[in-house]
Write a protein that binds this ligand. Sequence first.
Ligand code: SF4
Ligand code: SF4
Length: 283
Amino acid sequence: MNITVASGKGGTGKSMVAANLAWSLSASDPVTLVDCDVEEPNLHLFFPDGHPVVSPVSVLVPDIDPDRCTLCGECARFCAFGALVAAKDRVLFFPEHCHSCGGCAVACPEGAIAEIARPIGTVTERTISPSLRLVTGTLNEGEVLAVKVIQKAKAAAGNAPWVIIDASPGTSCPVVETLTGSDFCILVTESTPFGLHDLAIAYDVTYQMGIQSGVVINRSDGKDEAAHRFCEEKKIPVLAVIPFERRIAEIQGSGNLISRRDPAWKERFCAIGRACRALWEGA
Ligand code: SF4
Ligand code: SF4
């Protein structure tokens, strides 16, 4: 089963939920945990062990042969992203704007454009325990094609019985790419007006994509009526409420997991996984 953990805003504890869920489920089943928050991956901080195997992620970009180029400007006119500009004496290329569509190579009447690989990030695989793998996608600084790195990270995940994917916060293209193909989405929120506002937006994305979801309310101060009301209205199950407790904050702050320290929490996260599976199978 493939579960994406998402949230409408940053700082809700989404990565903490993903890491605890993966760790807990791995006690009885093989699990692959995938960090698709590629601009700021952080799951490896919870799992520092394991030898990293790093694979580069590259995209194809145009390489113009100046000896064949007649400066006709056809490629620049074709490129919808403004990555090519025909100047008086050469064609200028702005790699950060290129979406690697390959169209300019086809459009060039002189056959002056070849395609070469340009690295934009990495996918790192670690074996944390005999039943837990961590796959981390990392986008190089200054790059924008997060979606390409996410696709590679998801492909590296394989098809373990449980694949738990940590999405980036928000509802932009990288989140939609991360959610694509998911069986279920856990939406992590907190009991504040901002949290509820962003939960509604994130839920709407999963709804539009036809992906069943459930909610985890994190850092609850016990005043979660609005979040519960929203979930009732939308018929979204509340999978768990995690209280705002000093002990939990201290454990997380030290880079540890509450489920690794406390068997009761391990069982609670296993129950979240089982509930997701039951909802998915019953859908
Ligand atoms: S590959 Fe596509 S996006 Fe990149 S420069 Fe060529 S036309 Fe533009
Ligand atoms: S389309 Fe080809 S020949 Fe024309 S400017 Fe571009 S690279 Fe040069």
